[in-house]
Ligand binder design. Structure first.
Ligand code: AMP
Ligand code: ZN
Length: 463
């Protein structure tokens, strides 16, 4: 059977284009992963949900997908322009732990969060600190080809030597030069130049540092994604994703250093997700106070994390999404309603309706139009198909939606020990022993189940 045509908006060309893989039926997908000095916030997770939808659409269309995600555990500095301290080392000092412990802790926290949001794990996780030699080799290659220069604090990439530096960002470099008067690093030759390798500060021993041909130090932030995507996927690749904040600097620099080193086109398609904002249009950011996590914004309020996924699917990934508690409650009711509707369809096995499936395919392949895809689910429910066929069709769509219909709706028979923990927690709550009920909730969660306190009472779903 022929694969459906997938149309994707490509930031490189600023157009919706038909996706054509380099190798038939296979896709190399690279998504920039988290910097693990803190929990991921709901904004970060919006981007990972969008990328997960893309991956699930590719699977649904019949592609084999090799997805690589990096973990940034070194080199991401607090300041712009390659200045400031390493975010991980700052957090390590604050928490009285080592940078390695910080990285390990928040990597695990990130993996737990994405699991709760039904985000599929990449085929390959890779850590920046596990790939230092690959990064050094890439910098050496750039040095041999004359793209680098040395300053007192590191080795820099000379962006004036790479023609087409602005092909992704479409930035006006002349304007940037005017702005360069406020540039804080006077040793840089061009305002857009960026660090490939940074030296450890003189007289200071960093927790994470390595020897290199240029001196002891650590890699610049951008080089890891180039080195690791090429290591795991090859020189010329299919789709690279991230949030829109990565377009002008991080992804632009990835393209410059990769294409300068290999002489080949780096990625054919660049897909970027818009921000999650809080009321008033302000971006949610780790450095801001509006820092909402799966735990504090959802679970502690008795909201199943999949409610957030459901809310995210209701906004097209290239449009800004606004976070608000009311919106979350509305989404909670909406998802609950949907679960009930599907539950009412019974348990008979039916067959997938091909006409609705075509509609669904058209929606998801039109630049991941998930609001439309959700509308198709409603149309199925309202249609005059037999209940079992509605059920089969919607469960099939869930391979892309990832809303957990199979577990939440069809219901899994709870193991006896979970049932007993749930009952004990109910008892603790009746006795207003909230410390104990919290402890039991955590214990239930650690065994792979999520508790939802709904209007009708407590519900337990498998993660
Ligand atoms: P970071 O951990 O800061 O490297 O960011 C991880 C991912 O989250 C990147 O792809 C960012 O582009 C993305 N991101 C950061 N803030 C937001 C936001 N408010 N909304 C959506 N995506 C975001
Ligand atoms: Zn990256």
């Amino acid at each position: 059977m022929a694969m459906p045509k997938l149309f994707l908006y490509n930031t490189l060309t600023r157009k919706k284009e038909e996706f054509k893989p380099i190798y038939d039926g296979m896709v190399g997908l690279y998504t920039c992963g988290p910097t693990v000095y803190n929990y991921a916030h709901l904004g970060n997770l919006r981007t990972y949900i969008f990328e997960d939808i893309l991956k699930r659409v590719l699977f649904y269309d019949g592609y084999k997908v090799r997805h690589v995600m990096n973990i940034t555990d070194v080199g991401h500095l607090t300041g712009d322009m390659d200045m400031g301290e390493d975010k991980l080392e700052v957090e390590a000092k604050r928490e009285g732990k080592t940078a390695w412990e910080i990285a390990e802790f928040y990597t695990q926290a990130f993996k737990n969060d994405i699991k709760k949001l039904n985000i599929l794990e990449p085929e390959e996780w890779c850590k920046a600190t596990d790939n230092i030699q690959e990064q050094i080799d890439l910098v050496k290659k750039l040095e041999e080809q004359g793209y680098t220069y040395k300053t007192s604090d590191g080795i820099y990439f000379d962006t004036s030597k790479f023609k087409d530096y602005t092909k992704l960002s479409h930035l006006d470099l002349e304007k940037l030069k005017e702005g360069a008067r406020v540039e804080r690093n006077p040793e840089k030759e061009n305002p857009t130049d960026f660090a490939l390798w940074k030296f450890s500060p003189k007289g200071e021993k960093r927790q994470m540092e390595w020897d290199s041909p240029w001196g002891i130090g650590f890699p610049g932030w951008h080089i890891e994604c180039s080195a690791m995507s090429m290591k795991y996927l090859g020189k010329h690749l299919d789709i690279h994703c991230g949030g829109i904040d990565h377009i002008n600097v991080h992804h632009t620099n990835e393209i410059a250093q990769s294409e300068a080193a290999t002489g080949e086109k780096f990625f054919n398609y660049w897909a970027h997700g818009a921000f999650l904002n809080i009321a008033g249009g302000k971006k949610m950011a780790k450095s801001e106070e509006n820092f909402l996590t799966v735990e504090n914004a959802l679970e502690k309020k008795g909201i199943n994390p999949l409610v957030y996924r459901f809310a995210a699917l209701q906004v097209h990934y290239r449009k800004p999404m606004e976070y608000g508690e009311d919106a979350m409650r509305t989404a909670q009711n909406g998802l609950e309603h949907l679960y009930n509707k599907v539950r009412e369809l019974g348990n008979e096995k039916g067959k997938i309706d091909e006409e609705f499936k075509d509609e669904f395919l058209k929606a998801i392949n039109d630049d991941l139009n998930m609001p439309r895809a959700l509308a198709v689910v409603q149309e199925v429910l309202k249609s005059n198909l037999a209940n079992e066929d509605k059920r089969a069709t919607i469960l099939d769509f869930d391979a892309v939606l990832g809303l957990g219909f199979v577990d939440a709706v069809i219901g899994v028979e709870l193991p006896a020990e979970i049932k007993s923990l749930v009952e004990k927690r109910e008892q603790a709550r009746r006795e207003k022993n909230f410390q104990e009920s919290d402890r039991l909730r955590k214990e239930i969660e650690s065994r792979g189940y999520i508790l939802e306190d709904t209007k009708e009472g407590v519900r337990v779903v498998k993660r």
